[in-house]
Design a protein around this ligand. Structure first.
Ligand SMILES: NC(=O)c1ccc[n+]([C@@H]2O[C@H](COP(=O)([O-])OP(=O)(O)OC[C@H]3O[C@@H](n4cnc5c(N)ncnc54)[C@H](OP(=O)(O)O)[C@@H]3O)[C@@H](O)[C@H]2O)c1
Length: 352
């Protein structure tokens, strides 16, 4: 049997349901993965409010990414994948004991890396790596501004930027400043009314890049803080999560604004990063994911990158995991781990 967490509609975390059904058979090109770890991302906070840009229809099984072991393979898939540990981006479906994943979406996890630690760098590692190296193209010696430096993507951005020789100013609530400092960034309070002045005091000529997941009116400050030749990487609209209305309007407004800024002849660039962009050319997209996530997993395996696991919570306590992720008290990633009795060979389930 498979155990999965279902989001039945717009509910509080307590409204999440647990359901069981027979294990599915992998179809052509698919592998069945026994999930060892899945993450709680900001996307699920938006999805449970019906506010995710690409909102799936209710009911559905959330779970943006996962790490697990292949237990069976469908036609056309190398049976040698069985018994090996992989990571995958799923967008939905990861909060389950097992998940069907396209074999082309599997990225091998290096031997000896803990599944929950590997999990922290799947969506976050790909997002942070691609924004730093494919969009902003950071260089050693540069100074960048990372908003939400305590969050899942934020902690990953800070560490990968530091690894690339980049100085980081990281915004977060004051309760997270010690943690942000420990990652190697200079912390500032994002609620400080004079945040732009404080950034300018640290980087008088402006910053080389700003990574902004907040959107709203604050994006104007993010853009103004850029040095000539600098890049604004906008990648979310967290500011509008709790504002009722269309899930798409805030993003479309943001895109229009960025497009307009790009027309200005001031040497600055403004981009929206979308993790799923380019997936229509599937093979090339999957090759990029393998290359970029592979780099981050290698840094994790070598100890040059430290996974920031905020908490490991059993799958059947997904509601608690969600409440914690939304509490504003967290540094790093909340990870759902397989229930104690769930076994990677799929023979026994921890159904509650
Ligand atoms: N475009 C893409 O392809 C892509 C891919 C992945 C993620 N994302 C975006 O990346 C962001 C971070 O995701 P995550 O999974 O890392 O989330 P997370 O771990 O929950 O961290 C969220 C961060 O945002 C801060 N935050 C929450 N609400 C905020 C608000 N209203 N204004 C300002 N800051 C706020 C939190 O600060 P506190 O802890 O102090 O509340 C925390 O630092 C999200 O906006 C998500 O949509 C985008």
């Amino acid at each position: 049997m498979i155990t999965e967490v279902v989001l039945p509609g717009q509910v509080e975390p307590e409204g999440l349901q647990l359901r069981t059904r027979p294990l599915p058979e992998p179809g052509p090109g698919q592998a069945l993965v026994a999930v060892e770890a899945s993450g709680v991302s900001f996307a699920e906070q938006q999805m449970r409010r019906g506010k995710y840009y690409d909102q799936p229809p209710f009911p559905f099984v959330p779970g943006y990414d996962l790490v697990g072991t292949v237990v069976s393979t469908g036609p056309g898939v190398d049976p040698a994948l069985r018994g090996r540990r992989f990571a995958a981006l799923t967008k939905i479906g990861g909060w389950a004991s097992h998940a069907l994943v396209g074999a082309g979406d599997l990225v091998e996890v290096p031997e000896g890396v803990d599944p929950a630690e590997a999990e922290t760098v799947v969506v976050n590692g790909i997002t942070a790596w691609q924004m730093l190296h494919r969009v902003a193209k950071v260089r050693p010696g540069m100074t960048v501004l990372v908003h939400g430096a305590n969050g899942g993507v934020g902690t990953t951005l800070v560490q990968l930027a530091r690894h690339a020789g980049v100085k980081v100013i990281g915004t977060a609530s004051p309760r997270h400043h010690d943690a942000v400092r420990a990652l190697g960034a200079t912390p500032l309070d994002y609620r400080d009314p004079d945040l732009p002045g404080r950034v300018r005091a640290l980087a008088p000529g402006g910053v080389g890049a700003v990574f902004d997941h907040i959107g709203g009116e604050g994006i104007v400050d993010s853009y103004r803080l850029l040095a000539r030749g600098g890049t604004l990487v906008s990648y979310g609209t967290a500011a509008t999560r709790d504002i009722p209305g269309s899930s798409r309007a805030p993003v479309l407004k943001l895109l229009a604004r960025l497009a307009l800024w790009n027309l200005l002849p001031n040497g600055r660039g403004a981009h929206f990063y979308n993790l799923w962009a380019g997936r229509r050319r599937l093979a090339a997209y999957q090759a990029r994911i393998r290359a970029d996530l592979g780099q981050v997993l290698a840094l994790l395996a070598s100890g040059e990158f430290t996974a920031v696991v905020a908490a490991r919570i059993p799958l059947s306590d997904a509601a608690e995991a969600m409440r914690l992720a939304e509490s504003g008290t967290v540094t790093g990633k909340v990870v759902l781990v397989a229930d104690q009795s769930a076994r990677p060979d799929g023979e026994e389930e921890g159904v509650r």
